[in-house]
Design a binder for this molecule. Structure first.
Ligand SMILES: NC(=O)c1ccc[n+]([C@@H]2O[C@H](COP(=O)([O-])OP(=O)(O)OC[C@H]3O[C@@H](n4cnc5c(N)ncnc54)[C@H](OP(=O)(O)O)[C@@H]3O)[C@@H](O)[C@H]2O)c1
Length: 338
């Protein structure tokens, strides 16, 4: 199986390369692409590989193409590749809401994959973390509504975002009170920024709309009430969420924590807290601080309104790990030949 990574020099692309290696994915030839060639080769499994400028002809040499490069490249190259039978696993938002493509999070909705599917968008990083955490609750007690505030890391805005946070931390430490701020609109270091993406006429941001729409699709709950405030925080990697949810049937902390503890891809913390620093570099979604809302717990410890805290490394489970897990799923089902 010949595999290409478009966007190999970015933060998601380099994480895909790390995961392909760590998870021993069987690869014949590996092709690395960006918008322009690089003079420095990239090491992979003992080989030095050139980073080339992406082109349709070059990408057609590969059976599976990962896109970690933004919407322009996906729009430009993916349709022709799919048309000619290649498998495309795309981290951009371009195709996620198309009715004829599945939005797969192995562990949430692997059953949606069909042999004829060739195009696999990888969902929004926060939506992946939230759906992984909420699937066991949906299955145990149903879900009526989800409200969340997100705490999203700087690397969620790519290498430029991460570099800008690091530069701002240095500038502030050396006494510059107003460090340069281009990526996040305001300085992010020692601050939080309650806007990710453009606001629509009702005031919801692009990130908030993506999380809502994609969660409904992945959880197969088109009527789910979802309201999110997405906030950028001065954390390098890993997105967190404070979640308030309403179940359809009455449930208890004991029932839901048992469901979470069994949930695929979840590390459940019955006690204590978990922070982005604890989960950076890992592939699971961590859930902690599950509790029932006080006014709701009168009747046998049962109720419908709960709160929890979830955290996941958005470069891994929110992007690269999920992308590589999709390929592993296709290999396991025999839909792609190794
Ligand atoms: N960062 C996250 O946490 C995260 C999470 C989930 C999904 N995503 C999505 O993953 C994708 C990559 O994000 P990122 O954060 O890794 O961005 P990044 O760090 O800015 O990297 C972007 C990569 O894409 C390449 N690229 C850009 N335009 C290209 C084009 N037209 N043709 C070929 N290569 C091109 C860049 O190469 P050059 O440097 O040569 O331009 C670079 O290698 C985006 O769609 C993003 O929305 C990101």
């Amino acid at each position: 199986m010949n595999v290409a990574v478009v966007g190999a020099t970015g933060v998601v692309g380099e994480t895909i390369l790390r995961l392909l290696d760590e998870r021993n994915v069987p690869i014949g030839a590996l092709g690395l692409f960006a918008s322009r060639p690089r003079s420095e080769p990239v090491r992979f499994r003992g080989d030095s590989l050139d980073v080339r400028a992406a082109s349709e002809d070059a990408l057609l040499d590969f059976d599976v193409v990962f896109f970690a490069s933004g919407e322009d490249a996906s729009e430009h190259y993916a349709p022709a590749l799919v048309e000619r039978g290649r498998v495309v696993i795309d981290n951009s938002a371009t195709f996620r809401m198309r009715r004829d493509v599945p939005l797969i999070v192995p562990g949430v909705n692997a059953e949606d994959v069909r042999p004829e599917h060739r195009l696999f968008p990888v969902a929004n990083c926060t939506a992946i973390v939230l759906c992984t955490a909420l699937r066991p609750i949906r299955d145990a007690a149903g879900l009526r509504s989800v409200r969340a505030a997100t705490y999203q890391a700087a690397s969620g805005a790519g290498r430029r975002g991460l570099d800008e946070l690091v530069e701002q931390e240095r500038a502030l430490a050396s006494g510059d009170p107003e460090p340069r701020a281009e990526v996040f609109g305001r300085p992010l270091a020692r601050n939080v920024v309650p806007q990710i993406g453009a606001f629509d006429e009702s005031g919801w941001s692009g990130e908030e709309r993506k999380i809502r729409d994609e969660m409904r699709k992945m959880l197969a709950l088109p009527e789910l009430h979802v309201a999110v405030t997405a906030v950028r925080v001065p954390v390098r990697t890993a997105h967190s969420q404070a979640v308030f949810l309403e179940t359809r049937q009455p449930s208890s902390v004991a029932e839901l924590s048992a469901a979470l503890a069994r949930g695929p891809g979840i590390v459940y913390h019955a006690e204590g807290i978990v922070t982005p620093r604890d989960v950076e570099g890992t592939d699971d979604v961590h859930v902690a601080r599950l509790r029932i809302e006080p006014f709701d717990s009168a009747q046998d410890d049962k109720g419908r309104n709960f709160a929890l805290w979830s955290v996941g490394d958005q470069l891994r489970k929110g992007a690269a790990t999920n992308a590589v897990q999709i390929l592993e799923l296709l290999l396991a089902k025999g839909f792609v030949a190794a």
